[in-house]
Design a protein around this ligand. Structure first.
Ligand SMILES: *Cc1c(COP(=O)(O)O)cnc(C)c1O
Length: 378
């Protein structure tokens, strides 16, 4: 294990503490921030929000992008756009960051947990199909869960650490079962499945620009869609549903203050300019890790078939729980930050009674996957 710590320190050219993921501000960040402050438009309107939305849509290849205050808000609104209501059900994976399930819960809907694939760590099309065939039926164009008698409105797969899941197969299954697809693409800016950008396969997709993501606006998020009506609605309900008027306050419904301040958007426009450089650096690090871990008893997790990963958080697979815990303990004591993958959502108090399938692969990965330092190297 000392060999691994030495190798990581050498790869980052430092003997100091190495965090898991640090942001990098090496472009026009200060320039745009200063410009934004000088303009006095630091808050809810401003040209950086507009520029960002246009640029982002272009990069991922969707028609529209709507900036939000964070990724959780983007997910929350995405689910509302997909017509999720109180007491509906939403299928997702148990191996995800809590935000996915929080967003479902904000609406009063219920998560249903379906297993992941071992190669992608994302929702398994095979398990999804099995779950639907054993538990559900389509009645009047609605997917009804026979166990609970509730409607399954949406499926939310997540692209774990930037590795795309088998999203085209998932989309086909959802179409067959009258379920809308909403992608939690929070971690996967710059990741493609069969040459199509993640987040653009379903009705809506959500991304995050939290401080630990591949690019950051401090806090921020975005919703993408090709549907003009959904795009308009997203803008409307993330901006307090205010009806445009030169001076009067008139609002058409109870809505949200989820817009991204111009200040954050200024940072984001500068970060977007760096995206290709960041992606190259992460891929290079992934190649270095891959070669190195072949000389150890751990397995580096590479992108799966048909996909191009952004390698946002690099990950290794360990032999068992004991080996994992020893590795976490040793590396963190020796100045190299590492972290286990998330505790499964169905093991948390709030979601322990949610319906689930056997979650065999999710449990396997939960005990073995560890993230290792992944910052862009400058
Ligand atoms: C980061 C993240 C989010 C939410 O992002 P915030 O911007 O922190 O609200 C949602 N889902 C996943 C999988 C994430 O990793």
């Amino acid at each position: 294990m000392q060999k691994i710590v030495d190798f990581i320190k050498q790869s980052f050219k430092t003997q100091e503490f190495i965090p898991l993921h640090e942001p990098r501000f090496i472009g026009n960040e200060k320039k745009y921030l200063n410009d934004c402050i000088d303009s006095t438009f630091v808050s809810s309107v401003g040209k950086y929000v507009d520029t960002f939305e246009k640029e982002f849509a272009k990069i991922v290849g969707s028609k529209f992008a709507i900036a939000t205050v964070n990724g959780t808000a983007a997910l929350h609104i995405s689910l509302i756009l997909a017509n999720v209501k109180k007491d509906d059900e939403v299928i997702t994976q148990p191996l995800t960051f809590i935000a996915t399930c929080n967003a479902i819960s904000y609406i009063g809907a219920n998560p249903v947990f379906v297993d992941v694939d071992l190669d992608t760590m994302g929702l398994s099309p095979k398990s999804l199909k099995n779950f639907l065939e054993s538990n559900c039926e389509v009645v009047d164009n609605k997917c009804i869960n026979k166990t609970t008698n509730r409607q399954i409105k949406v499926c939310v797969p997540m692209h774990t650490f930037g590795h795309p899941c088998k999203i085209d197969e998932i989309k086909d299954i959802c179409d067959n079962w009258n379920i809308s697809l909403v992608e939690d693409a929070a971690e996967s800016l710059g990741s493609y499945y069969k040459d199509k950008h993640t987040g653009t396969f379903g009705k809506v997709g959500a991304f995050s620009f939290n401080g630990n993501k591949i690019i950051t606006s401090g806090g921020g998020g975005v919703i993408v869609t090709d549907d003009v009506e959904l795009a308009k609605r997203a803008k409307h309900i993330t901006t307090t549903a205010k009806i445009p008027h030169p001076y009067e306050y008139v609002h058409s419904e109870i809505a949200y203050n989820y817009r991204l301040p111009n200040l954050n958007a200024a940072l984001l426009v500068a970060q977007l300019e760096q995206l290709n450089k960041f992606l190259d650096s992460k891929r290079e690090l992934a190649n270095i890790y891959k070669d190195f871990f072949e000389t150890t008893n751990m397995k580096f997790i590479s992108e799966a078939k048909n996909s191009k990963s952004n390698y946002w958080l690099q990950a290794v697979l360990l032999g068992d729980l004991k080996q994992r815990d020893d590795f976490l303990d040793f590396t963190n004591k020796n100045g190299v930050m590492t972290r286990p993958i998330w505790r499964l959502m169905n093991e948390l108090e709030m979601f322990k009674d949610c319906q689930k399938d056997d979650l065999k692969n999710a449990k396997y990965l939960e005990q073995r996957v560890v993230n290792i330092p992944s910052s862009v190297r400058v």
